[in-house]
Design a binder for this molecule. Structure first.
Ligand code: PEP
Ligand code: MG
Length: 761
């Protein structure tokens, strides 16, 4: 695309005036006053005014040139009231030659604005927040030209940055008479607790914003060239992604890249960037401004598709910022404080592992989901994670004090003393509990009525292995082999796979390790494989279905498992099996690999046990038959509950809607445990519920004697089991486990039982 020649090489008059106004005073009120004077002179308008949004959503006249000064900090408009309120509500400029004839015009006598006809109002934006409105008015009925609109938008952006910058340091310079914009204040946000733990530390933005100092350009022509070079780089990188050249370094799907490419070549988007630079912004500030405009508009949209496009645009803007600024804006920048709390919209497992584990205290995401791999890795590493903290990126700045509560999903930003002391008290209590659990580390988990329960670990990465001894786990009940594939940029080689499996077996010593073959598809996407677009991926072509249709990858993995198990006990299980035939087929593939190893005279495992994961209701109804072909059964309760209740485990609107302690859910769990016992087939549970004390004691009462869980569950579950009489709890639950029951949860029944019996839950 050709770049139009541009003759504007020095910042325009207005920008120069704004620069001078910035230099003249430190106080925010002083700057606003100087700005309105400068705007009125440079644009030759009678009136220039700044309205700021107060808490409570009223717009307050905060500075003016041309209206009555006595109205400053007095005139207030309700959301949507008048033209100014309309600009704030729509987050779009409004340019009118004859304002009084507009139906939304509202006359405020105290401002004495009667003589003015033309009106140009632009939103003051920061992130997706509208902070206020900047207005110019003149007596003649003129329509402002595009360049003037652009200039005013640029000044509005500068105002937005100044205000937020001031808030960041505690509003000291502001003295804005009662105007309390959100960001300086302590903020408490409620998100979703995706990984347990309490953390105190300092915020670090995974992708930092452009610092306000670099908003205004010195030389427009030079800045335009920088922008064009950045766009060129961006386009080249997006083209490479689409054509697959960069598949090894990217983690999103080709389909997403196609959308990126569409935006990267979008004339409107690029046009807006060029206009912003042309009006005197630096290239980085232009990206920020266009991003803010999109955010403010699209965030208001109810259309999920449009909102998803916003994320694509945001990612693209981030890529462009990186193209402009090089390494400094790369994610995973290691320059973090010793107590860093990472804030991001979303973060992939590989990006997460890029950070120095010793310095990482917690993660806070605007998005995320409980069963995403980032969440699972955080749980494995004991890093608290709060997700779905909507709007948090607009409130946080690098360096802010933060408290993250991974128990309840609450995040305190710039907390009050009282919040800090309450939090520290809880940390102390947790520390004492951890010490108490540690004291139980070597004690067997035996119920009061004599059942020995094996408490095992869910693992998948090298970093999990030390936890075996730290937590005193009885083995690894679920080794999620796909994690190694997901955190690598390239497909792990046979040797690498073998090495990891061997390390797991060695770390466990005499304790069992149960390897689950690749469970791909649904949310588990490999960066180097093109996903097949599906309407309903959780119920789509995933897991064992892929493995049986395209056996190459799984055979390769089984080969690595057989090699790693040489001379040891090898336990392998297949995920998402829906029919007995699938189990027979999968087993045959493993047998072929064993035969192959024999033919090559390789050392074989001492013993091989082949199990099945029971994660689909259909297999529960064939439990007898599947036991004929499985040496053990492991109930994948996360998926089993998802399919049992028809409620997507990744969709927060429905994932907590049904209780796994619903009598129907407990009935199917009991049906499975009884079925396996009748066949003398060992059975365990390895979903997340196994790691929650109340759910775990119910599982024990239903006959499960092996539970596999995230590391944080082992201590609490063990102390509950030590105080449990499983027979008594069974007697309490059983009367409800039949088809006449209409209750939707037995949680209260179980909870009261535990309270009475002194079972800590
Ligand atoms: C499950 O579904 O319960 C399970 C343990 O497997 P994953 O969470 O990896 O799907
Ligand atoms: Mg599963």
């Amino acid at each position: 695309m050709s770049i139009e020649p541009n003759i504007k090489t020095t910042p325009p008059k207005l920008m120069r005036a704004i620069r001078e106004a910035m230099a003249g005073t430190e106080s925010v009120q002083g700057r606003l006053d100087a700005f309105v004077t400068a705007i009125s002179a440079a644009m030759q308008v009678k009136v220039a005014s700044v309205y700021l949004l107060r808490k409570g959503d009223e717009l307050e006249l905060s500075a003016t040139e041309g209206l009555k000064k006595s109205a400053v900090h007095k005139t207030r408009l309700k959301p949507g009231e008048g033209l100014v309120g309309h600009v704030s509500l729509t987050a779009r400029p409004l340019n009118l030659a004859d304002a009084p004839s507009h139906p939304l015009f509202s006359y405020r006598p105290e401002t004495a604005e009667d003589p003015f006809r033309s009106f140009l109002g632009v939103p003051i934006l920061r992130g997706s927040r509208v902070l206020g409105v900047l207005v110019v008015q003149s007596e003649d009925a003129r329509s402002f030209n595009e360049e003037e609109v652009e200039d005013l938008l640029t000044v509005a952006m500068v105002i937005g940055e100044i205000i937020v910058d001031d808030e960041r340091i505690g509003g000291k310079k502001a003295a804005l008479k009662g105007i309390t914009l959100a960001a300086t204040k302590p903020e408490t946000l409620k998100g979703k607790a995706f990984a347990d733990g309490l953390a105190q530390g300092h915020a670090y933005l995974h992708l930092p914003p452009v610092p306000p100092a670099n908003l205004l350009s010195e030389n427009i022509a030079a800045e335009e060239t920088r922008l064009e070079v950045g766009i060129k780089k961006l386009r080249a990188s997006v083209d490479a992604m689409v054509s697959g050249e960069a598949a090894g370094i990217s983690r999103a799907s080709k389909e997403i890249y196609e959308t990126y490419r569409m935006f990267a070549y979008d004339r409107k988007w690029v046009g807006r960037l060029r206009e912003a630079v042309h009006s005197g912004l630096t290239a980085e500030a232009a990206v920020e401004r266009v991003r803010n405009e999109h955010r403010a508009r699209l965030m208001k949209s109810r259309d999920a598709y449009l909102r998803a496009r916003l994320h694509d645009l945001e990612d693209l803007a981030n890529r462009l910022l990186r193209a402009l600024s090089g390494e400094a804006l790369m994610p995973g920048n290691k320059n973090i404080s010793d107590d860093a709390i990472i804030f991001a919209r979303e973060i992939g497992p590989a990006e997460l592992l890029d950070y120095d584990r010793d310095k990482l205290r917690a993660i806070v995401l605007e998005e995320g989901s409980a069963s995403s791999h980032t969440s699972i890795i955080c749980r494995a590493l004991g890093i608290p994670l709060v997700g779905r903290a909507e709007g948090v990126l607009d409130l946080i700045e690098t360096g802010d004090d933060v408290l993250v509560d991974g128990e309840t999903g609450v995040v305190h930003i710039r907390p009050l003393e009282s919040q800090i002391s309450g939090f520290e008290l809880r940390q102390t209590v947790r520390g004492e509990m951890a010490r108490a659990y540690n004291a139980l580390r070597l004690k067997p988990a035996k119920t009061k009525d004599g059942l020995n329960i094996s408490l095992q670990l869910n693992a998948g990465l090298l970093v999990d292995l030390p936890q075996l001894d730290i937590a005193g786990a009885d083995g690894i009940g679920l080794f999620r082999t796909e994690f190694q594939f997901m955190v690598s940029d390239f497909m792990p080689k046979l040797k690498e796979q073998t090495q990891l499996y061997r390390q797991a077996l060695e770390a466990a010593g005499d304790r069992p390790v149960t390897f689950r073959t690749l469970d791909l598809g649904s949310d588990k996407i490999l960066p180097y494989m093109d996903p097949v677009p599906e309407e309903n991926p959780a119920m789509g072509w995933r897991s064992i279905r892929i493995a049986l249709d395209r056996p190459g990858l799984m055979r390769y993995q089984l080969r690595a498992l057989v090699a790693a198990g040489a001379g040891k006990n090898l336990r392998v299980m297949f995920p998402m099996v829906t029919t007995v035939d699938e189990m027979i087929e999968a087993r045959a593939l493993l047998n072929r690999e064993i035969e192959r190893a024999k033919n090559l005279a390789q050392e074989l495992p001492q013993k091989i046990e082949i199990g099945v994961m029971l994660e689909t209701p259909s297999l529960a109804w064939q439990v007898n038959a599947v036991c004929d072909h499985a040496d053990f059964v492991s109930v994948g309760a996360n998926d089993l509950m998802q399919f049992f209740f028809a409620a997507d485990r990744d969709n927060t609107r429905v994932s907590d809607r049904y209780d796994p302690l619903h009598p129907a859910a407990l009935s199917i769990l009991k049906f499975i445990s009884v079925g396996c016992k009748m066949n003398d087939t060992p059975v365990s549970v390895c979903g997340e519920i196994a790691g929650r004390p109340l759910e775990a004691v119910c599982l024990v009462a239903l006959g499960y004697e092996t539970l596999s869980m995230p590391v944080t569950g082992i201590g609490p579950v063990k102390s509950a089991i030590l105080a449990l009489d499983a027979g008594k709890l069974r007697a309490e639950l059983e009367p409800h486990l039949n088809i006449n029951t209409r209750l939707s949860s037995l949680r209260e029944t179980a909870r009261k039982f535990c309270e009475r019996e002194g079972v800590p839950i």
